[in-house]
Design a protein around this ligand. Sequence first.
Ligand SMILES: CC(=O)N[C@H]1[C@@H](OP(=O)(O)OP(=O)(O)OC[C@H]2O[C@@H](n3ccc(=O)[nH]c3=O)[C@H](O)[C@@H]2O)O[C@H](CO)[C@@H](O)[C@@H]1O
Ligand SMILES: C=C(OP(=O)(O)O)C(=O)O
Length: 453
Amino acid sequence: MGSVLTIRGGVPLAGKVTVRGAKNLVPKAMVAALLGNAPSVLRNVPEIKDVDVVTSLLKLHGVEVTKDEVTGDLTMDPANAKMAASKDIDAHAGDSRIPILFCGPLMHSIGEAFIPDLGGCKIGDRPIDYHLQVLRNFGAVVDKRPGGISISAPKGLHGAKLELPYPSVGATEQVLLTATRAEGITELRGAAVEPEIMDLIAVLQKMGAIIAVQTDRTIRIEGVKELAGFNHKAISDRNETASWASAALVTRGDIYVEGARQLDLTAFLNTYRKIGGAFDVNDDGIRFYHPGGKLSPLVLETDVHPGFMTDWQQPLVVALTQAEGVSIVHETVYENRFGFTDALVRMGANIQVHRECLGSVPCRFGQRNFLHSAVISGPVQLRGTDIDVPDLRGGFSHLIAALAANGTSRVTGIELINRGYERFQDKLEGLGADFDVAQIDDAAQNATSGTGR
Ligand SMILES: CC(=O)N[C@H]1[C@@H](OP(=O)(O)OP(=O)(O)OC[C@H]2O[C@@H](n3ccc(=O)[nH]c3=O)[C@H](O)[C@@H]2O)O[C@H](CO)[C@@H](O)[C@@H]1O
Ligand SMILES: C=C(OP(=O)(O)O)C(=O)O
């Protein structure tokens, strides 16, 4: 059974939503708990699918995970960590991208790991070559098997001099989670420095790790023999915040995002202001609203931090369909992140995607046949239609397009949105959205997906 949302568009979203811990930090801090010699406590944990996947994987590996029924805080005790049965691990193949980060912590705690094939959004090839290369440099032996990889460190894990070809978030976290208990010093050049990585470093530092971040994307880790548990409040989800901010603009609404942190959103807030969106920063959150009048087009390039985050791109493109004039968005992080624009075009948006790098700087995907630049002309009045959600952010962007559209939209595949947006239907209801939800069986859902594409 799946769900279908029937959305009647045209109502400005107004009210308050609360954003809790970041999808891109919380599951990783949970993995870090495996490195400790005592229980860890993680606070501000959202109810999202990636948290359930990691909870299940930790439990399979003998970690006792308990959830406080009132606060949702998680306590993770790794005292009885053990190898899990591979058939149980296999059941998580395709669920999320987090399992690859279990490599270092499992090798440190039980000597070996089996990692199922990864899931996550289908927005490019998403290889794991950097992960495997750094693990081999630490001394790990990687064996690719059907359905996953098997990994061990027969001669132990040793600090190494490493350099990433591109500042990959996941590969940087792989290095952090492996190097903190490896013997000796690790120097990582070309590291990613996203706020979620800084928060993971804060978690590891609380556990006893020694990690220095230099100004030139170099991270230096002095390995220690043992780490303790941590008690940590997760950084809030800046990507969810940016999504609600775009929703306010697209629907000409006014949304207060409790929990939003200005410091993690500098690049987004600059862009929001340039388009014509308004925001007021408070101590406990940020108010985002359409101040009236016209929105302005702009030229935008996604990038690694401190640039404009790729996960903000899809909802913002919907806002650009409402700007007066021609906007250009050059996606430089993923080669295939414009598939969601097909549905927007069916809704009346004027968007063309191009193979050329239409930004100021040529990126890794130029001359390689990837449709990774978009030209958006507006403003247009969007029309309701049938949509099958393709991925997390693409799905959210379809929701907000439907909420702003004339007429009714039927949206299927919304389960994908639960991977990164906690209780999004309750939040939409609280903001005054006009929609209802019905359950449909899989055959009906497949039929909808067929007509929706
Ligand atoms: C769970 C999580 O935190 N997900 C985030 C994380 O994804 P994730 O950690 O998977 O993203 P990466 O930063 O690793 O990927 C960036 C680019 O590097 C490439 N690459 C990466 C690893 C590798 O071994 N080889 C390789 O070629 C990827 O294909 C991609 O083109 O950072 C992305 C970039 O900010 C965000 O969009 C995701 O929301
Ligand atoms: C791409 C994303 O996530 P993941 O890496 O988990 O697929 C995202 O959050 O937009």
